[in-house]
Ligand binder design. Structure first.
Ligand SMILES: Nc1nc2c(ncn2[C@@H]2O[C@H](COP(=O)(O)OP(=O)(O)O)[C@@H](O)[C@H]2O)c(=O)[nH]1
Ligand SMILES: [Mg+2]
Length: 455
């Protein structure tokens, strides 16, 4: 796939539907010419100035759309001082799909092509306005569902991750340069770097990379959200807790055990993490077919959960079902919660386990914090994770593998420097791929096709 940037593209940049204002974006070498035609104007637009114009029939908005017109404001961003690095004209009209589509059609009549999803941002990347991490961050920022997701995305947009990778890369580059210099002057027997130094330096790079990768698990959770499944025998209050956390009465609450037969899900913001809560049917050896099906679904849901909240009714002594479930989930990431704390305390041996009451709301804030901490670690909120994107995580893990190989090679007596160099260069290539210095066109196409049109 070829990425052309020498033609002009057009798209509605605002969300579909009606609104106070809608923006049509025209970008490319003939953006200004096309815009002037639409605006019915001979005089050039002044860069970064808002220009008022009235577009009416009789100009390019004619034909089938006779009589159509609007008052608009056009803003011209002259290359290279624009989002894409090319000329851009943004036409703000009233947010009517009919008007906006007519402007897009007029731009196409004037020679523009309809932009593909993410094509403006792709051009920004191809023109060196943003690296790939930053371009991807634009997509993440737009897609963010919680303030924390938006913060992580904006952090990447500002280049925090890019800078951290550049720091690691600089150390590696310096080491490669020294090793190559040693290779170039073999006869002098002079070495620019001792084998011990090589090993130590690679060790430092690996340590820095590991720090990034540790934060990455948390970052990914923030970016992609998590699935939290409620489990427990019937009537312990799973559905009640689900409803309290979801803030809506989605799950059915009754005092008849085994009422929840299907999985009920709701996406909620828990301390900035977009959490999909899943309420399951009671965990019991039921005979009812429908209920058994629900129980099975519950078991499957537990299998894919990032976290299981095992709910125990603390007003009743532990039953064998409770014990079985506690045992079955012991090796998974789970949180044990004692519900009905407003009633008598009939369980023992749980020590400081979280006590809550779905009825009174007691302990619910603690439960939220505990879920967030179990998912993303205690410092989820204090420290913004730099890596959140699985593409980045995978590439950095691959870089780490090459660095490990380099370190092993460096430590072996008599290994030729070329061997170490090959692995170090392979690691650097992975860093380059993260920021997009060398990224194949299919990867780019894949990244940008998830954008919305007009970005
Ligand atoms: N006293 C008290 N009753 C509760 C509490 N949570 C749930 N219940 C009641 O326990 C019964 C079963 O609740 P439900 O949420 O349907 O349990 P599930 O079967 O585990 O989903 C209902 O009558 C709820 O009103 C609580 O914290 N305190
Ligand atoms: Mg229920």
């Amino acid at each position: 796939m070829e990425f052309a940037t020498d033609d002009s593209i057009v798209a509605i940049a605002t969300p579909p539907g009606r609104g106070g204002i809608g923006v049509v974006r025209i970008g490319g070498p003939s953006a200004q010419t096309i815009a002037l035609q639409i605006l019915g104007r001979n005089e050039q637009l002044t860069p970064r100035h808002a220009t008022f114009a009235r577009i009416t029939a009789g100009r390019p908005l004619t034909g089938r759309h006779e009589g159509l017109g609007d008052e608009v404001v056009a803003t011209y961003f002259q290359a290279p001082h624009s989002y894409t690095g090319q000329d851009i004209v943004e036409i703000s009209a009233h947010g009517s799909p009919v008007v906006l589509n007519a402007i897009v059609r007029a731009a196409m009549n004037g020679g523009a092509r309809l932009a593909r999803p993410g094509e403006f941002t792709l051009r920004a990347f191809l023109n060196g306005k943003r690296d790939l991490v930053q371009a991807e961050a634009v997509g993440d920022l737009i897609a963010a569902a919680t303030p924390l997701q938006a913060r992580v995305a904006f952090d990447q947009l500002e280049g925090t991750l890019t800078r951290r990778i550049a720091e690691v890369d600089r150390v590696l580059f310096d080491l490669i340069a020294k090793l190559e210099a040693s290779l170039d002057f073999p006869d002098e027997g002079y070495h620019f770097v001792t084998p011990a130094e090589v090993g130590t330096t690679i060790g430092h790079v690996i340590r820095d990379l590991d720090q990034l990768l540790v934060a990455a698990g948390r970052g990914r959770m923030i970016r992609e959200g998590a699935t939290v499944v409620f489990a427990g025998r019937p009537n312990v209050g799973k559905s009640s807790l689900f409803n309290v956390l979801a803030g809506v009465d989605r799950a059915i609450v009754t005092n008849v055990p085994g009422t929840t037969r299907d999985l009920v899900t709701e996406i909620v913001d828990i301390e900035g993490i977009a959490v999909t809560l899943v309420d399951t049917a009671g965990w019991s050896a039921s005979t009812d077919v429908v209920e058994t099906e629900g129980v099975l679904r519950g078991q499957n849901a537990r299998g894919i959960a990032d976290l299981i909240v095992v709910v125990v009714d603390q007003s009743e002594a532990l039953s064998s079902e409770d014990r079985q479930l506690l045992e079955a989930t012991a090796s998974q990431r789970r949180l044990v919660v004692l519900n009905k704390a407003d009633l008598v305390d009939a369980v023992s041996g749980f020590g400081r386990t979280l006590r809550v009451s779905a009825t009174t709301g007691a302990g619910i804030e603690d439960l939220r914090c505990a879920i967030a901490a179990a998912l993303a670690g205690d410092d989820a909120l204090r420290d913004t994770a730099s890596i959140s994107n699985t593409r980045h995580i995978r590439l950095l893990e691959e870089a780490r593998t090459h660095l490990n190989a380099a370190q092993v090679a460096a430590q072996e007596e008599g290994t030729p420097e070329e061997f170490v160099l090959t692995d170090l260069q392979a690691a650097r290539a992975k860093f380059d791929e993260v920021v997009g210095v060398r990224t194949s066109e299919d990867v780019l196409a894949h990244i940008f096709e998830n954008f919305c049109i007009g970005k």
